[in-house]
Design a protein around this ligand. Structure first.
Ligand code: URA
Length: 439
């Protein structure tokens, strides 16, 4: 066994901050996929990278190694194959609107999504709230579905970037999520293996994001864009605000409700609409379906406004085994929590700051995310009616509604909410929805 084929030697090198030997990351990624590398070794590997970083060469090598740990998809569709991926946030259910909106505009969207990671929600967990809906399609089933409905939101099949599948679950429970190198390799290994022609990345910035500062978010956006472009995938990143939840709900079924309200026009959430059109506009421009991002954004807006995106969403849900009448009957089809309690403002003033990461942890502790690998999620729990930054409040006015499985869990959430919301006499400046663009 050479040093680059010995998990202990590879981890020791990373722990010492040395650049990985050529071939070492390929061997490690294959070992993650085959099971030759143990969970403990994978956790130590992730922690060493989290602490010391890999540098650009190592990051690109890890991305390629994880991408090559499984099958590469190739497409022959009559329109461009496009996708979007977010680095993770709270109340971010854009994927549920954007995949069908892109499909309605002529794109093919094999959206390979993730489960909740750390404090952030995961699109697959949200879709699991829809009864009967399956996200574990095989590559052949994915191809058939794209031919029929032009969009699918699915888990990476066991053949797509299997090294990421394993490492992702281990990072979720070992406090090794917020690393530029691991996030880049994780996102891009799946996206590059999916054979995309264009990719738009939503790099979150703020208290609910993995990247809390503008400099870190920009560095992640640049790392992602340069690694993806270098691998031949046209890519743009938007750096977007996560100093407050995107939609006014956080939790799996609750975010499906938020998405359906905007998709069907029952109650449009401006931030959700704004970010969906901005990201979608970039994607359509990358795929040649619009001459520029502004024209693309207008087309996505039209797909939302006319109900075309909702129609595609309904077809996608039915094709993946969910209720065939979902776009008409979604309020009756989603689970509801038995205990619902309002969290009210203790003071008059303005919402001055939100610890958005703490809101994510509240949802996890309510049972809407995982505290250990493989834990079961309760789709009905979470937070709704979340107050925005700058909102003027009176004492006793609700700032959030807690949806819980039991009264003690709801009461624990109320205590955590009191620490997450800051009220002051001075209204803060409203943060922009989009902080920057990296191409
Ligand atoms: N999304 C992913 O797929 N991986 C990460 O590491 C973070 C967000």
């Amino acid at each position: 066994m050479t040093p680059e084929q010995d998990a202990r030697a590879i981890i020791a090198g990373l722990r010492a901050g040395l650049p990985p030997e050529p071939g070492a990351l390929d061997w490690f990624a294959k070992g993650l996929a085959s099971g030759e590398v143990s969970d403990a070794q994978a956790g130590a590997f992730a922690m060493a990278i989290c602490l010391n970083g890999l540098g650009e060469t190592g990051r690109i090598a890890l991305t390629r190694a994880m991408q090559n740990s499984g099958t590469q998809l190739a497409w022959d569709m009559p329109g461009p194959v496009l996708d979007k991926h977010s680095t993770g946030g709270i109340g971010d259910c854009v994927s549920l609107l954007l995949a069908p909106a892109l499909a309605a505009c002529g794109a093919y969207v094999p959206m390979i999504s993730g489960r909740g990671l750390g404090h952030t929600g995961g699109t697959l967990d949200k879709l699991d709230a829809i009864p009967g809906l399956r996200t574990d399609l095989t590559n052949d089933q994915l191809r058939d579905q794209l031919g029929q409905t032009r969009c699918a939101i699915i888990a990476a099949s066991p053949q797509i970037a299997p090294a990421d599948r394993r490492l992702y679950a281990i990072r979720d429970v070992t406090a090794t999520v917020d690393s530029l190198d691991l996030i880049t390799a994780s996102i891009l290994s799946k996206k590059l293996a999916a054979g995309l022609e264009g990719l738009v990345l939503d790099v979150k910035l703020g208290s609910g994001a993995f990247m809390k500062t503008e400099a870190d978010a920009r560095a992640l956006a640049q790392a992602l864009v340069s690694a993806a472009q270098g691998a031949g995938c046209r890519t743009t990143a938007l750096i977007t605000d996560m100093s407050q939840p995107l939609a006014d709900a956080a939790g799996n079924a609750l975010e499906v409700i938020a998405a359906m309200e905007t998709l069907t026009g029952t109650s449009v959430n401006d931030a959700l609409w704004g970010l969906t059109t901005a990201l979608g506009g970039e994607a359509l421009a990358l795929g040649g379906l619009a001459t520029n991002a502004a024209e693309g954004a207008a087309r996505i807006g039209q797909a939302l406004q006319t109900g075309a995106a909702a129609e595609y969403f309904g077809r996608m849900v039915a094709a993946q085994g969910g209720p065939v009448d979902f776009i008409d009957r979604w309020p009756d089809r989603l689970p509801a929590a038995p205990v619902v309690i309002d969290f009210v403002s203790p003071l008059p003033g303005f919402v001055a700051a939100i610890d958005t990461e703490a809101l994510g942890h509240i949802v996890v502790h309510l049972g809407g995310g995982r505290l250990r690998d493989g834990a079961r999620i309760n789709p009905s729990v979470g937070l709704s009616g979340l107050a925005n930054l700058g909102m003027a409040v009176e004492p006793g006015q609700p700032l959030a509604r807690v949806h819980a499985a039991s009264l003690p869990e709801a009461e624990a959430a109320l205590k955590r909410l009191a620490a997450a919301y800051s009220i002051s006499d001075i209204a803060p400046d409203a943060p922009p929805l989009i902080h920057g663009r990296v191409t």
